[in-house]
Design a protein around this ligand. Structure first.
Ligand SMILES: [Zn+2]
Length: 343
C-alpha cells in the first residue's frame, strides 16, 4: 500500500514538468543535419520517473540499434568494481597508459584479431598493439580518470584478465540483449550476431564498446544511464500519462554507483565533455559521458555519442545525443551545446 502511494506521489510530482519547445528543437535539429550532412538521434528523459520528454525522431530513438563505443566504459567500470578479484583492479589502483594496449602474453591476439581489428605492429619486438584514444598516452591514472578521459588501454588491460567472464557479466548484468520493457518499443528479440568463437581480445574490446558486436538503442542507453545518475532501479521508459514502473533492480551496490557518479561528474569538468559550450544559465550540467564507436559489424565508421545529466529549475533530465558521423568530442558535443542552449 505504501509502495503504491509513493509511486502515485512520484507520478503527481512529475505531471507539471517543464515542457520543451518541441517544434523549435525539431527545426534546429533538421537545420543542423542539413548544414552538416549528418543524421542525429536525440532523446531527453526525466530519469527519476522514466518519462520521455522529447525524442528525435521517435522511430530512430526507440528502435534503431547503434554501435555503443565508449559509453560502455561506464558499464564496464561497474563490472570491474563488482569483481575485483577477477580483474585485478580496484577504484584506487594505478595504471600507466603509454598510448598502446600491448598483448598481455604472447599469442593473445589471434590471426582473426589482426584481420578484424585495427591492430598495429611493433616492428622491433614483432608484436601487435591497439591504440588508446590518446596517442601519447594518458600516463598514470586510476579508474575515475580512465573513465573521465576515456582511456582504452585501461579497460582493455583489466578486461583481458578474465575476458569471457567480463563479456558475459557485461551483457547479463545490464541485460544488453534485451529491450527496455517500454510499451511503445518495437524491439527485435534477435540477439547480437556473435562470432561462433569469440577471441579473448574481442571479449576485451567489448569493455570499450568497439568489438563491433554490441548494439544498443538510444532508449536503452537512456534507461541505464538514467538509473545510474538518478539512483533509481531500472525503470520502464514511459510516455506522459503512463505510471512509473520498475522493470529490474539496479544490478550493483549504491556504494559502487556513487563512485561511478563521481567519475561521470569529472567527465564534464576535466574530461571529454569539458568543452561543452553552455550559454543557457538556467541549466546546470551534473555529469555525462562521450563515445566514439569506430566499428559497426565489419564496417569501420565513426559515430558520436553524448550523454548529459542536467538540472533545469528544480527538474533533473538526461540528454542522449547520437550523430551518424563524427565523434563524441566534436559533432555530438556541438549538437548537445545547441540543444541545451535552446531549452
Ligand atoms: Zn589511455
Amino acid at each position: 500500500m505504501i509502495r503504491i502511494l509513493c509511486i502515485f506521489l512520484l507520478y503527481i510530482s512529475f505531471i507539471n514538468l517543464y515542457s520543451f519547445e518541441e517544434s523549435e528543437l525539431n527545426r534546429s535539429l533538421r537545420d543542423w543535419e542539413q548544414t552538416n550532412h549528418n543524421q542525429a538521434i536525440v532523446l531527453i528523459t526525466s530519469p527519476s520517473s522514466g518519462i520521455i520528454e522529447y525524442a528525435y525522431t521517435k522511430e530512430n530513438a526507440f528502435s534503431k540499434k547503434l554501435p555503443a563505443g565508449s559509453i560502455l566504459k561506464t558499464l564496464s567500470s561497474f563490472v570491474f568494481l563488482a569483481n575485483p578479484e577477477k580483474f585485478h583492479t580496484s577504484w584506487e589502483k594505478n595504471f600507466i597508459c603509454n598510448g598502446k594496449f600491448e598483448e598481455p602474453y604472447s599469442n593473445f591476439f589471434t590471426l582473426e584479431d589482426t584481420n578484424n581489428y585495427n591492430l598495429f605492429k611493433n616492428e622491433k619486438s614483432d608484436t601487435f598493439y591497439y591504440n588508446c584514444s590518446l596517442a601519447k598516452g594518458h600516463g598514470e591514472i586510476t579508474m575515475s580518470q580512465a573513465l573521465a578521459l576515456s582511456c582504452n588501454s585501461y579497460y582493455l588491460h583489466f578486461a583481458s584478465h578474465s575476458p569471457s567472464f567480463f563479456h558475459n557479466s557485461l551483457l547479463q548484468d545490464w541485460k544488453l540483449d534485451e529491450g527496455t520493457g517500454a510499451s511503445f518499443e518495437s524491439f527485435s528479440k534477435q540477439k547480437f550476431t556473435r562470432p561462433k568463437k569469440i577471441s579473448h581480445f574481442t571479449s576485451s574490446l567489448m569493455s570499450i564498446g568497439n568489438a563491433g558486436i554490441i548494439k544498443v538503442t538510444a532508449l536503452k542507453i537512456a534507461q541505464i544511464y538514467g538509473a545510474i545518475f538518478a539512483n533509481t532501479q531500472i525503470l520502464k521508459p514511459i510516455q506522459k500519462g503512463e505510471m512509473p514502473e520498475v522493470v529490474n533492480p539496479f544490478p550493483y551496490s549504491q556504494n559502487t554507483r556513487e563512485k561511478i557518479q563521481e567519475a561521470l561528474r569529472l567527465v564534464t569538468i576535466k574530461g571529454t565533455l569539458k568543452n561543452l559550450s553552455l550559454q543557457n544559465t538556467s541549466i546546470q550540467v551534473l555529469g555525462g559521458k562521450t563515445g566514439t564507436p569506430t566499428k559497426d559489424g565489419n564496417k569501420t565508421l565513426t559515430h558520436g555519442w553524448n550523454i548529459l545529466y542536467f538540472k533545469k529549475g528544480d527538474n533533473l533530465y538526461l540528454l542522449v545525443v547520437f550523430t551518424e558521423n563524427g565523434s563524441g568530442k566534436r559533432e555530438a558535443l556541438e549538437l548537445s551545446s545547441i540543444i541545451l542552449n535552446l531549452l
